[in-house]
Design a protein around this ligand. Structure first.
Ligand code: NDP
Length: 329
């Protein structure tokens, strides 16, 4: 495994990490989840990602049980949660001081840990003044309940505003952002955030590096495999992205990318994961898996970065034909 610093912080995070969205508590139970986490940890993964909203808390309960049973030293892994969607009643959603503090306490209980290593504001909350959220997060750090805080899917402007508020009031600023990043989704990481890496030392824990499985080739036939996340109840919106109209153009590219991967002696998931890791502004790529074979295959991606030479990257670029442009006025 390769370890990278989370932005300009001192924290070392494995280049490939492991998250539980869709899978834990929905697609798989605790014993299967345990196998996957152990395979990932044994491959050198040190960061396990979670959120209060995943399976409505069940995902954190499962991960907490597994961590507790594991016998792993607490300083050998990082565990996260995210606050935003806690329930339907007033004060169960968003990023008010009450929400952030109560959600943190509940996540600590479900995960059975004394502190969260990383804590994310899962989406921006336009109804809460930024200073209120920043102060609540900063206080949690001061109290030792979380170690680093950050955002997920916030615009560059929103992240900058949080950073400025922290600096203005002498609070602890955000360290990282969790954006989607993969071959088909590039704009934010490659262009929008580009100044933040240097200016505020932003780290990134990127999600869906395989575009939920589209970048494995398993949806190329236009039919979702029965055991895939696309077939889970309530995931119709995702199925549409994987086999609907939107996917048709992408599937053609996936076919050519599979050939490039195979010429390099790689599987497509390995090429797609190595491709995101070639970006030095990616601190860690959060992988997901519902089966042990997927973890085993994906973890090998970290060993093959040297195969992605400039020529290979150019060939991939030509197939993707979606390089985001930096606008200069
Ligand atoms: P991916 O895009 O990598 O998708 C993972 C899924 O793809 C797996 O569950 C599996 O689905 C399939 N898959 C993975 N590897 C293989 C393989 N080698 N061969 C075939 N199929 C494979 O990542 P996720 O979308 O799961 O995101 C990763 C993590 O990012 C999440 O767990 C979560 O922690 C975080 N996240 C954060 C978000 C945010 O808003 N902050 C949003 C979404 C995710 P299947 O069961 O269908 O086979």
């Amino acid at each position: 495994m390769e370890y990278r610093r989370l932005g300009k912080s001192g924290l070392q995070v494995s280049a490939l990490s492991f998250g539980s969205w869709v899978t834990f508590g929905k697609q798989i139970g605790e014993s299967e989840a345990e196998k996957l986490m152990h395979l990932a940890y044994d491959a050198g993964v040190n960061f396990f990602d979670n959120a209060e909203v995943y399976a409505r808390g069940q995902s954190e309960i499962i991960m907490g049980n597994i961590l507790k049973k594991s016998g792993w030293q607490r300083d050998s892994f990082l565990v996260s949660s995210k606050v935003f969607w806690g329930g339907d009643k007033p004060n169960q959603k968003g990023l008010s001081r009450k929400r952030v503090v109560e959600a943190c306490h509940a996540a600590l209980k479900r995960l059975q840990v004394d502190y969260l290593d990383l804590y994310f504001c899962h989406r921006p909350d336009l109804n809460t003044p930024i200073e209120e959220t920043v102060r609540a997060m900063s206080d949690l750090v001061t109290q030792g309940k979380i170690l680093y805080w950050g955002t997920s899917e916030w615009s560059a402007q929103e992240i900058q505003a949080a950073y400025s508020a922290a600096r203005q009031y002498n609070l602890i600023p955000p360290t990282m952002e969790q954006p989607q990043y993969n071959m088909f989704h590039r704009e934010r990481v490659e262009v929008e955030y580009s100044r933040l890496y240097e200016d505020i030392g932003l780290g990134t824990t990127i999600w869906s590096p395989l575009a939920s499985g589209l970048l494995t080739g398993k949806y190329n036939s236009g039919i979702a495999p029965k055991d895939s996340r696309a077939e889970i109840e309530g995931m119709g919106w995702l199925k549409e992205k994987l086999v609907g109209e939107e996917a048709k153009l992408k599937v053609e590219k996936v076919g050519i990318l599979t050939e490039i991967a195979s010429e390099l002696g790689l599987s497509l998931p390995q090429l797609a994961l190595a491709w995101v890791l070639k970006n030095p502004n990616v601190s860690t790529a959060l992988t997901g898996a519902s089966k042990p074979t997927q973890v085993i295959e994906n973890m090998k991606a970290v060993l093959v970065l040297s195969k992605l030479t400039n020529e290979v990257m150019e060939a991939v670029e030509e197939v993707l034909a979606n390089k985001p442009q930096i606008m200069i006025f």
